[in-house]
Design a protein around this ligand. Structure first.
Ligand SMILES: Cc1cc2nc3c(=O)[nH]c(=O)nc-3n(C[C@H](O)[C@H](O)[C@H](O)COP(=O)(O)O)c2cc1C
Length: 369
């Protein structure tokens, strides 16, 4: 599974893996793909530095990348404290009432909320970048828009490729105009923040829009056959996020959540604003239903919703309150039915890819390999 982009980056397979877990990122690169660590949960730069040091020590010199979340549309000059003050009392009450309804205990005294994703606030993301540029990252990806021009320039000065996620051809064009090197075309099926266009339609649209820039196809990919389909649509590789959540290297801290993921079907996700204030695909739970209920207070815009629910989500996760317990994940969750190591995922991907290519060769009347 080699393309011009995988050759440029010096990886065996054009399979890029987004993950919040350093052990998974390192395992993806060791398996011949390109691991990308998600930074959004790192509020403290020292924690990110520690985990990037860990990756450096475990990746054997192979390339890896970092993903930050710098929203193109941001509330200028609004810090976390100001944002907290903008949250209406009625919304705070709704959180408390919902937690009380399900008997979710408080966090023990002195235990901070672990699920505090402030990384999309520009001042936090910039501190993450200062750390990241001190490590040998080969690619910097940004969700939710093109990164600011000075960040692109700084990456290029350091020889780091810049990637950005796009949910439409219009987004992709903006990325190209902002000097981005790689566009990740992320379809509606994907886990996390998504647009409304399915990968089958989006990938070729983006490929055509930004030609000759390389495009990675994201959303709904979990098998080698799907990798082959993405490459057939003109992508120079694939970008997978959900499939790593049930790998043995992933550290979800919740056996109940892993069980839920393994049992979920492709119908069990929803695109909801419940977690962050922007539409993000995730497991459908009583929590997402409460926020999506037209009789409820509705969600707040980013970044307020994320700040509003941070403590609640930590409590739900800590006590594994099953009806409310969820995570961002895409529709491919329906094919994630067993725990596998990252290496096993790669073995399955390469075998499936070869089968798909053989089949297409037969369909085209050519003999297989
Ligand atoms: C748990 C989870 C968290 C995610 N968080 C981010 C993120 O912080 N930044 C980002 O660029 N993409 C994020 N994504 C989206 C992935 O980068 C990727 O585009 C997506 O998972 C691909 O579709 P798939 O889920 O069908 O594989 C997340 C996805 C998942 C499943």
């Amino acid at each position: 599974m080699q393309t011009e982009l995988s050759t440029t980056l010096g990886v065996e397979h054009a399979v890029f893996g987004f993950t919040p877990f350093p052990a998974v990122a390192a395992a993806i690169s060791r398996a011949g793909g390109f691991g990308v660590l998600g930074a959004v949960r790192y509020t403290a730069p020292d924690d990110l530095a520690r985990d990037l040091d860990w990756i450096d020590a475990h990746v054997g010199g192979l390339p890896y990348g970092l993903d930050v979340v710098m929203p193109a549309a941001k509330v200028e000059g609004v810090g976390e404290t100001d944002a907290e003050a903008m949250i209406p009392a009625g919304h705070r009450q709704f959180v408390q009432d919902t937690l009380a309804k399900y008997g979710v205990p408080e966090l023990p005294a002195g235990e901070a909320a672990g699920w505090r994703i402030t990384g999309w606030m520009e001042q936090v993301a910039r501190r993450q970048l200062d750390v990241a540029f001190g490590h040998p990252i080969a690619l910097l990806a940004n969700a939710l828009g093109s990164p600011p021009a000075d960040v692109v320039a700084r990456a290029h000065e350091q020889g780091v490729l810049v990637a950005a996620l796009a949910g439409s051809a219009r987004h992709a064009r903006k990325h190209r105009d902002a000097g981005i090197d790689v566009v990740v075309a992320q379809g509606y099926e994907a886990g996390g923040h998504t647009g409304e266009i399915a990968s089958m339609v989006l990938t070729p649209e983006v490929v055509e829009e930004v030609h000759p820039l390389p495009v990675l196809a994201a959303g709904g990919i979990g098998s080698g056959q799907q990798v082959a389909a993405a490459l057939a649509l003109g992508a120079q590789g694939v970008w997978l996020g959900s499939v790593w959540l049930t790998t043995t290297e992933a550290d979800l801290h919740s056996p109940a959540l892993t069980r839920k993921l393994l049992a979920a079907t492709s119908s069990d996700t929803v695109r909801s604003r419940a977690l962050t204030g922007k539409p993000a695909r995730q497991l459908r739970t009583d929590w997402t239903d409460a926020w999506d209920d037209p009789d409820g207070p509705g969600t707040l815009p980013m970044p307020l919703q994320g700040l509003l629910v941070a403590d609640a989500v930590s409590r739900i996760q800590r006590y594994e309150v099953e009806p409310l317990l969820g995570t961002p994940v895409g529709q491919i969750v329906g094919r994630m039915t067993t725990e596998r190591s990252v290496r096993e995922v790669f073995d399955d991907l390469t075998r499936g890819f070869e089968r798909a290519v053989d089949r297409l060769n037969r369909v085209a009347g050519r003999s297989g390999r």
